[in-house]
Write a protein that binds this ligand. Structure first.
Ligand code: HEM
Ligand SMILES: *[C@@H]1O[C@H](CO)[C@@H](O)[C@H](O)[C@H]1NC(C)=O
Ligand SMILES: *[C@@H]1O[C@H](CO)[C@@H](O)[C@H](O)[C@H]1NC(C)=O
Ligand SMILES: *[C@@H]1O[C@H](CO)[C@@H](O)[C@H](O)[C@H]1NC(C)=O
Ligand SMILES: *[C@@H]1O[C@H](CO)[C@@H](O)[C@H](O)[C@H]1NC(C)=O
Length: 378
């Protein structure tokens, strides 16, 4: 009797200790950086999904009420995931994205177009870039943040559940309202930084976040990171996303009926802190995405680079792409970033990498960069 119970207990304990990674592996966690052995164990247990072609542009692309009755804001439930992007957080909290914060690239592209009028090329470029580095390419799912807020002990989760919180590939340093990874929490709204956002809006925008504020605050955040973050990295792709994201509140968070592109602090607080549209919010008047980024850069130009030896050692990195070498952004992203995460993919993982890299390239089709096929063709 004792020995039988003991045997059962032992089996249970052994089962817990030896739980294969795959049992604790969420369907949205990235497979990047896993060993061939881990991949061989995990991939067959995932429900593989064929990535569908991306959705096209909006049929009606003008402004309209998007905080409507079909998309009410709801507070978070226990397992809902939110991350560093106030745009995606808001779309999830209004049900334009699955409210749990786990979505397919198709759902994300539809949501940013429908809810904010992001243009088709930008939506596809940003979404597939994020999916390639932070998403699960086998299940076609991407989390807009990290782990769930679930109370109680977490299962031994792989680092790759960080989703869009994952540092250095898509999430990056010198955000306006999120602290650098070096300082710990890199995705929640940081009240100190948000206070600075408001201070700058008062000083340079008469109480509103406008292009002048975007230019000054972007510069300030870069200088702060150089002076305080020994690991500060401001090379591509972060070099681009930092300037683009500084333009997004002007392009997307200001009501589409308002010709003055300036965001009030009350409305900024709703988006950045509460993931909430203002009452009666109309999306942008025309498809747009990051067109102000170069103007923000031009106010205080800086070379792409990093702190190479502690604080205040910012050094240009000539191998990084910048605004004068856009195709290098594409090339470095495909060969260095994605190539580094997936040195040797096989089977469905390789297949879906090829498909998603194709969608990523299609988003910049008109630019004239040479398409790369690091994993061959199908
Ligand atoms: C298309 C898919 C999108 C993806 C994958 C995405 C992803 C991200 C990520 C990973 C960050 C964090 C970067 C960092 O600061 O370290 C970010 C920041 C940001 N995103 Fe998005 N985003 C998307 C679309 C949007 C849209 C449509 C908006 C606006 C409506 C938006 C507004 C912002 C803003 C304002 C920030 C900067 C936050 C700050 O600096 O404090 N994003 N996004
Ligand atoms: C918006 O829709 C109109 C009418 O269908 C179309 O002519 C225009 O090209 C679209 N704009 C963009 C930027 O897609
Ligand atoms: C907020 O950001 C500041 C400046 O980057 C940092 O010193 C502080 O530790 C952050 N606070 C939290 C709670 O993360
Ligand atoms: C931003 O607002 C300030 C204060 O009203 C104004 O002086 C400045 O010209 C505005 N910037 C832009 C680009 O409109
Ligand atoms: C805040 O947003 C709402 C909805 O878009 C808009 O009607 C209102 O004018 C905005 N408030 C300010 C002060 O700009």
């Amino acid at each position: 009797m004792f020995s039988k119970n003991f045997a059962i207990l032992f089996t249970l304990v052994a089962a817990v200790i030896n739980t294969p990674v795959s049992l604790a592996f969420p369907s949205y966690a990235s497979l990047a950086g896993l060993s061939a052995r881990e991949l061989a164990e995990i991939v067959p247990r995932l429900q593989a999904s064929d990535p569908p072609n991306p959705p096209g542009p909006l049929k009606f692309n003008g402004t309209k009420l998007v905080n409507d009755r079909a998309h009410p804001w709801k507070p978070l439930e226990r397992d809902d995931i939110r991350g560093p992007c106030p745009g995606l957080n808001t779309l999830a909290s209004h049900g334009y994205l699955p409210r749990n914060g786990v979505a397919t690239p198709t759902q994300i592209i539809n949501a940013v177009q429908e809810g904010f009028n992001m243009d088709s090329s930008t939506a596809r470029f940003v979404t597939y870039a994020a999916h390639l580095v932070d998403g699960n390419l086998v299940t076609d799912l991407l989390s807009i943040g990290g782990k769930t807020r679930k109370t109680g002990p977490d299962p031994p989760a792989p680092a790759s559940v960080a989703g869009l919180n994952t540092h250095a590939v898509f999430e990056g340093d010198s955000s306006m309202t999120r602290a650098d990874f070096f300082f710990g929490d890199n995705h929640s709204l940081n009240e100190t930084l948000f206070k600075q956002f408001k201070d700058f809006s008062n000083r340079f925008g008469g109480g509103f976040y406008n292009l002048t504020v975007a230019q000054e605050l972007r510069h300030q955040r870069i200088q702060e990171s150089i002076a305080t973050n020994p690991t500060f990295d401001f090379t591509s792709p972060r070099f681009f996303t930092a300037f683009a994201e500084s333009s997004f509140p002007i392009e997307f968070f200001v009501d589409g009926r308002n010709p003055v592109r300036a965001l009030s602090m009350d409305n900024a607080t709703l988006f950045f802190r509460d993931s909430k549209f203002p009452v009666d919010f109309f999306r942008a008047a025309a498809p747009t995405g990051g067109t102000l980024a170069v103007e923000i850069f031009n106010a205080h130009p800086i070379a792409a680079g990093k702190n190479v030896n502690g604080i205040n050692t910012f050094t240009p990195d000539p191998t990084s792409a910048d605004f004068s070498s856009f195709c290098l952004l594409y090339t470095n992203f495909v060969t260095k970033t994605v190539g580094g995460l997936y040195p040797n993919p096989t089977g469905v993982l390789r297949r879906n990498l090829i498909i998603n890299l194709g969608f990523f390239y299609d988003a910049i089709d008109g630019v004239g960069c040479t398409e790369l096929f690091p994993y061959g063709k199908l």
